[in-house]
Write a protein that binds this ligand. Structure first.
Ligand SMILES: [Zn+2]
Ligand SMILES: [Zn+2]
Length: 455
């Protein structure tokens, strides 16, 4: 029995010792400054005694000796006490500030902070549809601080993209995405790649190409930038409350047009969703079964190849954004598209300049540069509506060889269009006067084949 009690006591003793050590450690922050203060007090007392013995005639020593011993001790204690207090304050405030300071801006640190907080998103998602005239350029600032540039407009508008980047203080572009090879989307990208640090470059492994696109790929390669093929299912970036996912093009699918290859991106931030469509055809977009979204970046500058009421009722976007240039030769945006978008609030770069959007994870807010209503150009003044800009500046070799073999075919052109069409092409539905000629005459006159009817 006695042995058992002894054992029990031993256990309790160990436990007490453990708690004692814990208390001592937690008090160390206070005890160390106190110990230093006491030590300083003894040091002052020691110096005083040496001074009394070695320099008794010093006026300070004489003055000190006139005081009662208790006041001398108190006088020595005052600076020691103040010193200890200062040390305790600085030590506790230092430990508090390291708890409150935000983590450094690195991916891992930010993810760790976000994972332990209950806030809906780390910071807001910011999207800017940059006004690049007739073309496309979208700057995305992700909640984790990374930046993504989707397309960079035509060559002549690289300055507009550059302006927006510097206005927003963006130097490094973490993800640069070329939606497809058409020059109104990527010709301005060469200058951006040359002038900025690029993290990663993504583009479709398109069978269609343009000279601008080949130049861009060469620049990317020369700079040693990591380039990846964009395929549906890839997630470009993600965090605890956001993701950027590629929905199209699908691997293994054979696309016939340049626009069909468009990289379609779904950006999710908290409970909000935005769809970036490039120039993707409506058939492709409908096949993605995206469900309801908050913001639609309208495909193909508001052409009817990218949007119809069936697609809009499936997506039911609150906001629709169209990137187009006033007076463009394609009659973008189409009235039929604006009709389909009647349930949404529509903004367009032609009418509103650069359009900036912000999502806090629960809703998007839109801030256009200027007010104005998006309207379809007058059908009478722009009677031609070629649907493709794919070969506007850069014709594909394939298109040239097909044209050569069919030189005797009769084709039609519009007074203001740059393309020649098969008679009855659906892009001619609003054209009043058509001129017939042979295909080789059309080619000789500088016309290029329409990519809708493929004459
Ligand atoms: Zn295009
Ligand atoms: Zn385009």
């Amino acid at each position: 029995m006695a042995k058992g009690e002894k054992k029990k006591l031993g256990c309790w003793g160990g436990l007490c010792l453990f708690f004692g050590v814990c208390v001592l450690i937690s008090l160390a922050a206070v005890l160390i400054p106190v110990a230093i203060g006491v030590g300083a007090w003894f040091l002052i007392r020691f110096i005083w005694r040496r001074a009394v013995i070695e320099d008794p005639d010093n006026p300070l020593v004489v003055k000190g000796l006139s005081l009662a011993p208790i006041w001398r001790k108190v006088l020595a204690a005052i600076p020691c006490f103040l010193f200890s207090c200062c040390m305790i304050t600085s030590m506790t405030s230092q430990s508090q500030s390291t708890e409150q300071e935000p983590a450094p801006v690195t991916d891992a640190a930010q993810t760790a902070v976000a994972a332990t907080t209950d806030s809906p998103v780390e910071t807001d998602l910011e999207v800017s549809i940059i006004d690049v005239g007739q073309g496309d350029a979208t700057l995305v600032r992700l909640p984790n601080g990374k930046t993504m540039l989707v397309d960079a407009g035509p060559d002549a508008q690289a300055g507009a993209v550059e302006n927006e980047l510097s206005k927003q203080g963006v130097d490094k572009i973490d993800y640069l995405i070329a939606t497809h090879a058409d020059s109104d989307h990527i010709a301005g990208m060469n200058a951006i790649v040359s002038g900025h640090e690029i993290g990663e470059f993504l583009a479709p492994q398109s069978t269609h190409t343009t000279d601008s696109y080949l130049d861009l790929l060469q620049t990317v390669q020369n700079k040693g930038i990591v380039a990846s093929a964009a395929w549906a299912g890839d997630v470009i970036a993600y965090g605890p409350d956001f993701s950027v996912k590629i929905l199209s093009p699908a691997e293994g699918q054979m696309y016939t047009e340049s626009n069909d290859w468009s990289v379609v991106l779904l950006i999710t931030c908290g409970n909000t969703k935005m769809l970036l469509t490039g120039d993707a055809p409506k058939e492709v977009l409908k096949g993605l079964n995206v469900g309801k979204i908050d913001v639609l970046k309208v495909s193909h500058h508001g052409s009817d190849t990218g949007t119809d009421s069936e697609l809009i009722s499936a997506l039911s976007p609150k906001y629709a954004l169209i990137s187009y240039g006033i007076g463009n030769e394609y009659s973008h945006p189409y009235q039929s598209v604006l009709n389909a978008l009647s349930s949404a609030t529509v903004y367009g770069t032609g009418a509103n300049g650069t359009i900036r959007l912000t999502s806090d994870g629960s809703a998007f807010t839109v801030a256009p540069e200027k007010s104005g209503a998006v309207a379809a150009p007058d059908a009478d003044t722009t009677d031609s509506a070629p649907a493709e800009e794919a070969v506007q500046q850069d014709s594909t070799p394939a298109a040239g060889s097909v044209a050569a073999s069919q030189a005797e075919q009769t084709v039609v052109v519009t007074p203001s269009g740059s393309k020649y069409h098969r008679p009855g092409c659906r892009t001619l539905s609003r054209s009043h006067s058509l001129t017939e000629m042979t295909e080789d005459q059309a080619i000789a006159s500088g016309y290029q084949p329409c990519h809708v009817c493929n004459p």
